[in-house]
Design a protein around this ligand. Structure first.
Ligand code: NI
Length: 190
């Protein structure tokens, strides 16, 4: 297990179009995913893309606890997506607050297609093919856009809804979801 440093916005690797994973890379991907998971958990995130730990390959992971989802939605156990694709379904746009481990301490309200179909391979080479909405759709889009060098501010249209979490919350612009446990968890970034 290795916790790797997470690159901050401004690092050129975060701007690259990441390379697709090929068969020859597969043995390395399990180790890469382990490091991604350890780094994501250490930083308190709900998802991470390989470029965020300096590896410009098309791999993302995410894990979504129930308290961050809409009522009635099930928690999403750890999901690995290799060479993911996303396809918007319909014209509906959802506004959601996002954070990013590469922009620690900041948040922004981002418009994204509300409903998407996504695909990708898991670590066993099984095809994942899902149609989702809500926070699940937001997280997948956030992570997959990392693979094309786009951080969430690049998808924003109203920059008055971007800033430090502390300022936004203190100013009453946004609130944060509260974890159900009473331990002193740091606020999560996506
Ligand atoms: Ni991010």
């Amino acid at each position: 297990m290795t916790i790797r440093p997470i690159l901050r916005a401004g690092h050129p690797v975060l701007r690259l179009t990441a390379a697709p994973v090929t068969d020859s890379d597969v043995s390395e991907i399990a180790l890469l995913v382990e490091d991604m998971y350890d780094s994501m958990c250490d930083a308190g995130g709900a998802g991470i893309a390989a470029p965020q730990i300096g590896v410009s390959l098309r791999v993302v992971i995410f894990e979504i606890p129930a308290y961050r989802l809409d009522e009635g939605e099930d928690a999403i156990p750890l999901q690995v997506l290799i060479n993911p694709t996303i396809e918007p379904l319909g014209d509906e746009v959802a506004l959601g607050w996002e954070g990013c481990l590469s922009l620690p301490g900041m948040r922004g309200e981002v418009p994204r297609p509300a409903r998407i179909r996504y695909t990708g391979l898991d670590l066993d080479g099984q095809l994942i093919d899902r149609t989702v909405e809500g926070f699940h759709a937001l997280v997948v889009q956030h992570e997959v856009y990392h693979l094309d060098g786009i951080l969430y501010p690049g998808r924003m249209t109203d920059m008055s809804r971007f800033g430090f979490t502390q300022g936004l919350v203190e100013g009453g612009v946004c609130t944060l979801p509260v974890p159900p446990s009473d331990d002193d968890e740091e606020q999560e970034d996506d």
